[in-house]
Design a protein around this ligand. Structure first.
Ligand code: GCB
Length: 588
């Protein structure tokens, strides 16, 4: 059975977790799946999990593979789990997954970058070895999220085409965990917070399974030290946390990203049956036609649009990399990033919550085009799953419902009316946006949004090399968006490619100087614009260089990063650091 909730797999007094991460057998050939262990070509037959598979091997056929691949391994299930419910949770598989355990289908899932889980107890052999095969398919069509199309080339090879500007990595790219619960357990937790004077209001609702008259419930709110600050015995309640420590995204705050914990205990008599701890933050968001506030204070967003991307592992979760990234984000003085162009790993989102970094949480809908009903259902499903995963996260302050959809098309109007209504039916506490490159006066989505996200490449895609036009054009363009809809405007992308070490005097495109010069002109425009409260922030494209499809506009990938792909600063990172820290001193 599929999970209704998608809580993280965490060990506790009642839950145990076993990781299936490590080396799995791997093949692109269906007929080899049953004998894959016997093959000797290590390069072809072993694959690390988590990782994208594309850049691990030396083979072009692996990198550019289109269609199914198979991952396989064995795992031991302890006999002590015999009377437990056992679950499997995948952080993400790109894009389609079909999971077989001991020759029976355990769960299937489509849409990458989002977790899925299933109870597998009845399929397991306890105290013995078990086998798991995951079939992963990376094909994108006009109805998948994101979209693409497969064509057969002159050689007979199939090639995946798509419009988005990042490498189409695939595989089991986030952790795979087994965990156990008892028969009665917490299936989901929904927490909403508000602020009343110095107090915090915490409303929660639990989805509980297996409770009966013999069970009892205890809910505690713990502060950071672990002390109980409020409690209840109800499955849904509103609790007051006196003198609450609010969740702030301010660098100058002595305690940015303060997290409380909602602890749930299910008991049968004195016996503890379930124990789960859900972190959350107490904060209040408000958005009006000309303001965006957190805990009653105006927010000015300064940060990045990013990618999950690095050498060799592609989009695979890598703990050294994500700690390095967040060290750089703190070093540079940013307070926000957008998870362009898909939801990022749970582990990354946890860091943002803990560090007090705001997140603009984007669904995997990028370059949305060819608006059709099946696509809309999948798009809605991606929002449902994103909200289900991230609803309790204080870091998530805006939902981004698409990147650069083709909203100049008339059909996009009915489409985004429904997409916007869908996310609003799930959550009205957070504003919604689209990172939009369509011209403001011919596009149809602005009317449905709370915040207008604007992608604009003055000096690069528009009027290349014209540094002297940037200031005026950006002020005019942002103001025009605002005036048309009377809504807050956020620059969700701007920037210029710079090849690290390339230097020209006088300035010339692709050099580090030119990237700096473009940024300096934008900064002047932003400083003028932020005199208006409706101008709420700036996100540069991109945090770091990243791999793309092969393209004559790209040298080894997109070089608009202010850090290199190996996470070292370009000259632009120092320039940005000066600005973001100045803004921090002025505003935080
Ligand atoms: C955009 C896209 C982003 C690209 C970027 C670029 O507008 O949203 O995915 O990478 O421009 O550099 O072309």
């Amino acid at each position: 059975s599929a999970h209704a909730g998608i809580l993280q797999a965490k060990s506790s007094q009642t839950r145990e977790v076993l990781s299936l991460d490590g080396l799995w057998y791997f093949t692109m050939n269906a007929s080899l799946v049953s004998t894959i262990e016997e093959a000797t070509d290590v390069d072809l037959n072993l694959m690390p999990v988590p990782s994208s598979y594309n850049d691990i091997s030396t083979k072009l056929s692996v990198r550019d593979h289109v269609g199914a691949v198979w991952y396989k391994r064995t795992f031991f299930v302890p006999s002590s789990w015999n009377d437990k419910k056992v679950w499997i949770r995948f952080g993400s598989v790109c894009y389609n997954a079909s999971v077989t355990i001991n020759d029976e289908v355990a769960v299937t899932h489509s849409i990458g970058h989002l977790p899925f889980a299933a109870e597998i107890s009845s399929l397991l052999k306890f105290g013995r070895e078990n086998s798991i095969i995951v079939e992963v398919n990376n094909i994108l069509t006009s109805t998948t999220i994101p979209q693409g199309n497969v064509e057969t080339l002159i050689s007979g090879r199939e090639k995946q085409f798509f419009n988005f500007d990042f490498f189409n990595y695939a595989g089991i790219d986030r952790p795979v965990l087994l965990y156990s619960t008892n028969d009665a357990y917490v299936d989901d937790i929904d927490i909403k917070t508000d602020q009343s004077g110095k107090d915090g209001l915490v409303s929660y609702e639990l989805a509980l399974v297996g409770l009966d008259p013999s069970t009892s419930l205890e809910v505690n709110i713990l502060d950071k030290r672990g002390d109980v600050v409020a409690l209840s015995n109800e499955a849904a309640d509103t609790l007051i946390v006196e003198d609450a420590q609010l969740w702030w995204p301010y660098l100058m705050d002595p305690n940015p990203g303060y997290l409380y914990t909602l602890e749930v205990l299910i008991k049968r008599g004195e016996e503890l049956v379930d124990h789960y701890k859900q972190p959350f933050g107490i904060r209040h968001l408000e958005y009006t036609s000309d303001q965006f506030t957190i805990n009653g204070r105006n927010i000015y967003i300064r940060g990045f649009s990013r990618h999950e991307d690095s050498d060799i592992r592609g989009k695979g979760l890598d703990l050294p990399l994500i700690i390095r990234d967040h060290s750089l984000i703190k070093w540079i003085g940013a307070n926000c990033y957008r998870t362009s162009h898909y939801p990022y790993a749970d582990e990354i989102m946890d860091l943002a919550d803990q560090l007090g970094i705001m997140i603009i949480d984007e669904v995997p809908a990028v370059d949305t085009d060819d608006f059709n009903d099946e696509l809309m259902e999948n798009h809605k499903q991606s929002l449902t799953e994103l909200h289900r995963r991230d609803k309790n996260r204080p870091a998530v302050v805006i939902w981004s419902i698409s990147n650069e959809p083709v909203t100049q098309k008339n059909e996009s109007e009915a489409y985004f009316r429904q997409i916007a209504a869908h996310i609003k039916s799930l959550d009205t506490s957070r504003p919604i946006t689209i990172a939009n490159a369509a011209q403001f006066d011919v596009e149809h989505s602005g009317q449905f949004l709370d915040i207008l996200g604007v992608n604009r490449y003055e000096g690069w895609y528009q009027n290349v090399g014209q540094l002297d036009g940037i200031y005026q054009r950006i002020i005019e363009y942002a103001t025009a968006w605002h005036d048309l809809h009377n809504k807050p405007v956020l620059i969700t992308e701007y920037g210029a490619d710079a090849e690290e070490g390339l230097s020209y005097l006088p300035t010339y495109i692709w050099s580090e100087e030119f990237q700096n010069d473009v940024m300096s002109e934008y900064f002047k425009a932003f400083d003028e614009l932020r005199k208006e409260s409706w101008f709420i922030g700036e996100l540069i494209w991109n945090f770091a260089d990243f791999r793309t499809d092969q393209d004559i506009r790209r040298v080894g990938g997109n070089k608009k990063g202010i850090f290199t792909r190996s996470r070292q600063p370009k000259q632009s990172a120092f320039l940005m650091r000066k600005r973001y820290w100045q803004l921090a001193y002025e505003l935080d």
